[in-house]
Ligand binder design. Structure first.
Ligand code: AMP
Length: 192
């Protein structure tokens, strides 16, 4: 199995780059943001509860997202591997992921960290909000709160995986194809 975390702040290009990686390496995509939005669209209790956090730009409680990821992995246990997009976003989520992967006799191979400065991210998210219809991409104060959550709760994950020698930095500004090539070169390193 090959398991990759695509890491970075909101608007760094994780969703865009995931698509290319999935096709190239035949992996399954786990985007907790997409899973939560699907729950909300179906009007489930989980989706409606999560909506309060998403609309405010806050993180959804760990137990909710960990449960969703566990279900997804169990349902796709025969996959060649996973790309985790937007998960883990807290240290408890990263620890839970390690345990889940161990249960499936596997591990995280590499964490690809897309780095983009905040002004560029705000521009991208506001632009995305015009077409995506996502309320959390339209309002600048919600966007700023998402960055705050990222800095306080998500960024510590960078040192968690750096200590394990799994974190690599990829500049997330430039041509999509050029960034993709750099991501692939890091993934190919793991396959050697
Ligand atoms: P995303 O589509 O990844 O930008 O996620 C959109 C929103 O969903 C985030 O701002 C959070 O409110 C929620 N969310 C997605 N993934 C997670 C996660 N791993 N932990 C907590 N909240 C999450």
């Amino acid at each position: 199995m090959l398991n990759i975390i695509l890491f970075g702040p909101p608007g760094a290009g994780k969703g865009t780059q995931s698509e290319g990686l999935l096709n190239k390496y035949g992996l399954k995509h786990i985007s907790t943001g997409d899973l939560l939005r699907a729950e909300r669209k179906s009007g489930t209790t989980l989706g409606l509860e999560a909506d309060k956090f998403i609309s405010a730009g806050d993180l959804v409680p760990d137990s909710v997202v960990i449960g969703m990821v566990e279900n997804f992995m169990t349902a796709n246990h025969d996959s060649e591997g996973f790309i985790f997009d937007g998960f883990p976003r807290t240290i408890p989520q990263a620890e839970a992921l390690d345990i889940l992967l161990e249960k499936h006799n596997t591990k995280i191979h590499v964490v690809l960290g897309l780095e983009v400065d905040e002004d560029e991210l705000v521009k991208r998210l506001l632009l995305r909000g015009e077409s995506s219809g996502r309320a959390d991409d339209k309002d600048e104060s919600t966007i700023r709160n998402r960055f705050q959550e990222y800095e306080n709760k998500t960024l510590p994950i960078k040192s968690y995986y750096s200590k394990l020698d799994k974190y690599v930095v990829v500049q997330g500004i430039g041509e999509i194809q050029e960034i993709f090539s750099q991501l692939c070169s890091h993934v190919d390193e793991c396959l050697k």
